[in-house]
Design a protein around this ligand. Sequence first.
Ligand code: MLZ
Length: 274
Amino acid sequence: TYQPFDWDEYLKETNSEPAPQHCFKQTVNPPVNDFKVGMKLEALDPRNVTSTCIATVISVLGPRLRLRLDGSDNKNDFWRLVDSSEIHAIGHCEKSGGMLQPPLGFRMNASSWPMFLLKTLNGAEMAPSKIFQKEPSGPGINLFEVGQKLEAVDKKNPQLICCATVGAVKNDQIHVTFDGWRGAFDYWCKYDSRDIFPVGWCAKSGHPMQPPGQKNHAGARFRMRPASIPAPLPANHSPTTESLEADTSAPPPPPIVIHIRKACAGGPLIDSNQ
Ligand code: MLZ
């Protein structure tokens, strides 16, 4: 059964404080998400922010949207909050005197853009302007302090919002460090980034939250995934389709913690990056 991460317990355990709500450019109550998969909208091209493009909602997760630019590939999806200033209803760009642009990496010849645009919008479900929410105003100055806890988007796995700590503060930037992960995911961002949230935001908004990683548990550098090791088959085994299904009769084995010298490569069953 799904257990939501217990922040209160974790804050006590780590003797730490959450960064206060007023540090963040986020509303106190997360915005409602009335977008549906397949709806089309206008979005700034994340790889070329001077361009406004057509995007399609690929999935919805809490108050966030997974978006793909029409005419682009499926390897450059990106996530936006429903109260992002970088998304608008179709028609907004033209109303403000702009022109819709092909995305960076447009699959076709640039000359086919006008026809592509007509076709992609023809009969499409356009997100109505009333479901776009106004972006909240930020605090105006960096109010974060080192050691404060927060929830932050993992930029390498941007569908994830994870347990994090302010590792450093410098001018208008903060260093976001991910609890229980060895630095590979950490990044600097502006204090008013839309990718950082107060403690409890995920629970409030219905967005999943990633609990801390396990690196501090007995100093283990690697964790094994017991589930990825196939169990030996019984002696009387006959290979039917049914018997190839996972065995749900036995409880899953507990995680195995092993200690490996830094210089050693783990081999194919060890995920050093988990
Ligand atoms: N490597 C992991 C995801 C790690 C997420 C870390 N977030 C700070 C995996 O692929 O499951």
